[in-house]
Design a protein around this ligand. Sequence first.
Ligand code: AMP
Ligand code: MN
Ligand code: MN
Ligand code: MN
Length: 275
Amino acid sequence: MNPDLHTHSTASDGTLSPTALVELARQKSVTHLALSDHDTIAGLTEAAIAAQQAGITFIPGVEISVTWQKKLFHIVGLNINQTNNELNEGLITLQSIRLKRAQLMGERLAKRKITGMFELAQQLAGEGMITRTHFARALVEKGYAPDVGAVFGSYLKPGKPGYVSTEWAALDEVIGWINGAGGVAVIAHPGRYRLSGSWMRRFLTAFKEAGGSGIEVVYGQANPLDITNSRRQALAFDLRGSIGSDFHTPENRWSRLGCLPALPEGVQPIWELFQ
Ligand code: AMP
Ligand code: MN
Ligand code: MN
Ligand code: MN
């Protein structure tokens, strides 16, 4: 089997529609695909229909923005029931936080004489959830930086002119929404938070106590050392392992769809929990 349980579409900051994403997954021989857009489930119905036609097992997902101890984390919910009320209400709250943040980002940039970015980012997001990636694309389009990565470095990271610090949802609340919707909660890309060993242990303890089930052991940007670390964390905290590329666009080399290694030895796969 070839699972890829963390991907994005035009419902948030991916560049492929849910249907085009599924078509690429089919070309890459993905057997189990989860769509996990940022704080939205708007792409799931379209993806599920396309996956059924492509003969791919589809796992409905979402990647939720969390603030825990003033730090940002991403929690992927997998195998969720997308009609669940509390989950939908929670995501609506996050959507309004995102919109407010985007307006503030536009105002911050305008103070630096970079005007019209909220409007352009919103246009680029279309009906999808607005993210910093859309601002990055807007700034590239207007010639403020050569590429998306450079925009993050110069404008969108903490301490930079377009950055707005945001209070996202609480960790236990988000795990409650996911579990309440019949899903499982998974820590996304653990190596990307740059936490010390003791902070990581505190986070893993809180995640586990709140009812979290898994951790991405194999993920898009993970190098062999990252995989060794996340394997150890999975075993120490009795967490299931997930595999997810964090695919956003075919142009990006470090998060290619459906090309990930298998789970390392001893890690129990998260997908065994899906009915
Ligand atoms: P947001 O959730 O709106 O803060 O946007 C976060 C998204 O921005 C991530 O999911 C990535 O897709 C993208 N992102 C974050 N940092 C970078 C970076 N350094 N280079 C390119 N994309 C980034
Ligand atoms: Mn993203
Ligand atoms: Mn993420
Ligand atoms: Mn992601």
